[in-house]
Design a protein around this ligand. Sequence first.
Ligand SMILES: Nc1ncnc2c1ncn2[C@@H]1O[C@H](COP(=O)(O)OP(=O)(O)O)[C@@H](O)[C@H]1O
Length: 283
Amino acid sequence: MAVLNRLIICRSAASLRNFCTESAEAGLRRASSALSSALPVGNSKGKGRGVQWVFLGCPGVGKGTYAARLSSLLGVPHIATGDLVRQELSSRGPLSSQLADIVNQGKLISDEIIIDLLSKRLEDAQAKGEMGFILDGFPRTVRQAEILEGVTDIDLVINLKLREEALIAKCLGRRICSECGGNYNVACIDIKSEDGRPRMYMPPLLPPPQCESKLITRSDDTEEVVKERLRVYNDMSRPVEEFYRSRGKLLEFDLPGGIPESWQKLLHALNLDDHDDKRTAAA
Ligand SMILES: Nc1ncnc2c1ncn2[C@@H]1O[C@H](COP(=O)(O)OP(=O)(O)O)[C@@H](O)[C@H]1O
């Protein structure tokens, strides 16, 4: 009966458009309300809750690396929506083949699905008593940013930046250990100084011997797909930078080089130089 009603509603092209729009809107409203419930009640600014930070930046810039380090430094979960998508893909659940097509073309997953995945992760965080979060890869559209802004206070948004030639090389050099999940990079980036810009040297981050034979490459880290992801970033995610800039929340951070140098400068920019656990996290 419900199906019949829908068919009647969709009789004309105009009503079909309305129905589809309404349906997508309704799905997004449901996902937003799930996101709101997945966040702790009364999560306003102040002591008693962990930081609520967001990392923005192009594919390959190193969001995952620095977000993971900061999350262990500050004791808050690092939530990467790309990881949530990859978990969903490997679970071979009902969504996985649809998601695999989108990811392997370098496109974005719908706001509704990504917000559902994020809500589930935040619910788990609540259940485990985790406080705060560092989001990596979310929000990626202005719509996602508006929804997040509607349900919680984001304290700070760190926009990581790196030259485009380095981004592509870093994505193509990325390797993951299929056994321990460790992230490595075999690219050695050495961009000569030019037009007043300093030389940039980023040494490879090689795996330990026990991981060497188990390295895999992400299926979306091919040159063609990386270029498409960069295009999609410029199109859909660049405006998110302005969204937070206009709210005074954006910290721009140009990566100066490899991890040791960049990490120290990032800590300085975040006023975390004297943080007690700094050395442990950086080890
Ligand atoms: N917030 C999001 N909105 C839509 N799609 C997303 C989002 N986060 C991740 N994805 C999907 O997962 C893929 C991998 O994400 P991620 O690991 O963050 O990649 P990247 O290295 O491009 O930053 C993206 O290309 C996209 O298809």
